[in-house]
Ligand binder design. Structure first.
Ligand code: AHM
Ligand code: MG
Length: 339
């Protein structure tokens, strides 16, 4: 008699999302269809990223985005594939992207549209030409009560604690997607042989303490004093052991290491840029919810990232995110420095 092999079967992200969805009574399947749009776009983006040196896709597009930054061709490609993968899902009403000044209203204007998706299609894109890891970040909100298509910003100007799902994809030595629907954090590695994201990191928990801090130290002289003191403590071993530094310059890659190995990643305010550089809605928020769901914390130095009420779509925020021990020390230090 033939027997079935006893190996645990590979669980794909699609199967995982369906399992998660069963926890919501009355779930219609629209939400998993929405997330499948993100995984499809991620596969398309990674395919382009992987062939970047071979095709005519490296370099600048000779255009700038809303922030005045030169757009890379891959920025535009990634924005296009993500937008079109989501635009054909009727449950999605509004999209907002780092690459578009205004929110995009989906042409179907469907009355059953109940989600807004915000994303940075290719974070860290200035790293592409030198073959350094880049990423995609996304965050999903439910349409607020009474919000219609005449006021698309209302759909997305919600504090991060209202994200119903969020995640990122890191295009590194392998392509990994990490997501949460508010029930823990799970990571999936793309198996290029079969083209599927397979569960590789189930229920990720951030180590309580790590060995690395991650910050652009070139700006150190312009950081507020509390940050300088905090870095000094980490460097000199006041927090159990001396820290080493790691900084890739791609938030998703720097955070992914912090999530798996522990430690702290930060982009503090500087004298010239009081809000730092990172964007609240589509960069800090998804990272913050993933960190909290994995047992870590995220702050702007004054309040929890997820409690910030956004006023504009592209607003920036300082971001400090990390493991429990590092974040508790930061909170203590900031309390005494502020009082
Ligand atoms: P981008 O959205 O224009 O790619 O910029 C965001 C990136 C982050 O990935 C990274 O953490 C940061 O910029 C690095 O900035 P800096 O070069 O100032 O350290
Ligand atoms: Mg970005």
């Amino acid at each position: 008699m033939d027997t079935i092999a006893n190996d645990t079967p590979a669980l794909t992200i699609q199967q995982h999302i369906l399992q998660e969805q069963r926890r919501f009574p009355g779930a219609s399947g629209e939400f998993s269809f929405l997330l499948s749009g993100i995984t499809l776009a991620a596969k398309q983006i990674q395919a382009k990223v992987r062939r970047a040196g071979l095709t005519d896709i490296l370099g600048n597009q000779d255009t700038s985005n809303v922030h005045g930054e030169v757009q890379q061709k891959l920025d535009i490609y990634s924005n296009d594939v993500l937008s079109s993968a989501l635009a054909c899902r009727e449950s999605v009403g509004i999209l907002a992207s780092e690459e578009n000044e205004h929110p995009m209203i989906m042409p179907h204007k469907s009355p059953i549209a109940k989600y807004a998706v915000v994303f940075d299609p290719l974070d860290g894109s200035s790293n592409i030409d030198v073959n350094v890891s880049v990423g995609t970040t996304f965050s999903i909100f439910r349409r607020p009560e009474g919000a219609d298509f005449d006021d698309p910003t209302r759909w997305v100007l919600q504090p991060g604690r209202r994200q119903i799902a969020a995640g990122y994809v890191v295009y590194g030595s392998s392509t990994v997607m990490v997501y949460t629907v508010g029930n823990g954090v799970h990571g999936f590695t793309l198996d290029p042989a079969v083209g599927a994201f397979v569960l590789s990191h189930e229920n990720i928990r951030m180590p309580q303490q790590g060995k690395y801090y991650s910050v652009n130290e070139a700006y150190r002289d312009n950081f507020p004093d509390a940050f300088i003191e905090y870095l000094e403590e980490l460097r000199t071993g006041k927090l159990n052991h001396p820290y080493a530094s790691r900084y890739i310059g791609s938030m998703v890659a720097d955070f992914h290491r912090t999530l798996l190995r522990g430690g702290v990643f930060m982009y503090p305010p500087t004298k010239d840029f009081a809000s730092g550089k990172l964007r609240l809605l589509y960069e800090a928020n998804p990272i913050a919810i993933i960190a909290e769901q994995a047992g870590g914390a995220a702050t702007d130095g004054r309040q929890r990232i997820l409690d910030i009420q956004p006023e504009t779509i592209h607003q920036r925020t300082p971001l400090i995110v990390g493991s429990q021990v590092e974040m508790e020390r930061l909170f203590e230090l900031f309390k005494t420095q502020v009082s």
